[in-house]
Design a protein around this ligand. Structure first.
Ligand code: PLP
Length: 235
C-alpha cells in the first residue's frame, strides 16, 4: 500500500527526471528535499518511509518539537529559515545543515557555539538574489566577502549556496536569480580552486522547480507540491 504522500513524491520525482532529461542533466545529481514546515509528524513519517529522509524546516521551535516525534526514524533536517543568533544554541545538534547563513555575526556565533560543544556543522550561504526586502540572504555583491570570512571559521563547512527565486510570474526574473547564484558558485570555486567544494546549489521550490533544474540546482526544496497547501492556522 503506498500512501498519498508516497504517490506525490513519486510524481515530483518523475517530473524531475523529465526536466533533467530535457536539459541533459543527470537526475542523480539533483536531490529532492521535502519541506515539512507546518506538516504533522505522522505525515512526515510517510515521506521518510517513502525514501526521503532529508527534510527542510524553517523554524527552530518546530524542529525541536518534531525531533522527539520522529526520533525512531533515521532522518536529517536542514534549517532553511532565518536563524536568529539567540537560537543558535538550540538548533545545533538537531540539524545536519543550516542553509540560511547570511551574516558574519551569525557565522561567528555558530563558530563559538560549535567550539563550545566541540562539534562541526555544514552550512550554505544564503544569497538574496531577488533583492526583495522581505527575503533574507546576503546581497550578491557581498557574498564572496562573506564566504571569505566564513572560510576562517574551521567549525563551519561551506557546502554551497542557497537562494529563493523572485516572487513573481515572470519566468525570466526567476531565472535571473538562479543564474546569479550559479555565477557566484563558479566565482567561489575559481577563487578557492576546489571544485568539490561549494558543490550544492539549493534553489527551486514547488512553483519554480523546472527553471531551477535548468539553471543547475542540485537541491530542490519542495513543500506544497508534496504535502499540499500549508495550513498555518493549525501549526
Ligand atoms: C516553504 C519553503 C520552501 C517550499 O516552498 P513550496 O512552495 O511549498 O514548495 C522552500 N524554501 C524555503 C526557504 C521555504 O521557506
Amino acid at each position: 500500500m503506498s500512501s498519498l504522500i508516497a504517490a506525490k513524491l513519486a510524481a515530483v520525482q518523475q517530473q524531475i527526471q523529465e526536466i533533467a532529461a530535457h536539459c541533459d542533466r543527470n537526475p542523480q545529481s539533483i536531490t529532492l528535499m521535502p519541506v515539512s514546515k507546518t506538516v504533522a509528524p505522522e505525515t512526515i513519517r510517510e515521506a521518510i518511509a517513502a525514501g526521503y529522509p532529508l527534510l527542510g524546516e524553517n523554524k527552530v521551535q518546530e524542529i525541536q518539537s518534531k525531533a522527539a516525534a520522529l526520533a525512531d526514524m533515521p532522518h536529517q533536517v536542514h534549517l532553511i529559515g532565518h536563524l536568529q543568533t539567540n537560537k543558535v544554541k538550540d538548533v545545533i545538534g538537531l540539524v545536519s545543515c543550516v542553509q540560511s547563513v547570511d551574516s558574519l555575526k551569525l557565522a561567528k556565533k555558530m563558530q563559538q557555539r560549535l567550539e563550545f560543544v566541540d562539534s562541526h556543522l555544514d552550512i550554505l550561504i544564503q544569497v538574496n538574489t531577488s533583492g526583495e526586502d522581505s527575503k533574507n540572504g546576503i546581497a550578491p555583491e557581498q557574498a564572496l566577502d562573506l564566504i571569505d570570512a566564513v572560510c576562517a571559521f574551521e567549525r563551519l563547512s561551506i557546502k554551497g549556496l542557497m537562494t529563493i527565486g523572485a516572487n513573481t510570474d515572470n519566468e525570466e526574473a526567476i531565472r535571473a536569480c538562479f543564474r546569479q547564484l550559479r555565477q557566484l558558485q563558479i566565482a567561489a570555486q575559481h577563487k578557492y580552486g576546489a571544485y568539490s567544494d561549494f558543490a550544492v546549489l539549493s534553489m527551486g521550490m514547488s512553483a519554480d522547480m523546472k527553471i531551477a533544474i535548468e539553471e543547475g540546482s542540485t537541491l530542490l526544496r519542495v513543500g506544497s507540491a508534496i504535502f499540499g497547501a500549508r495550513d498555518y492556522a493549525a501549526s
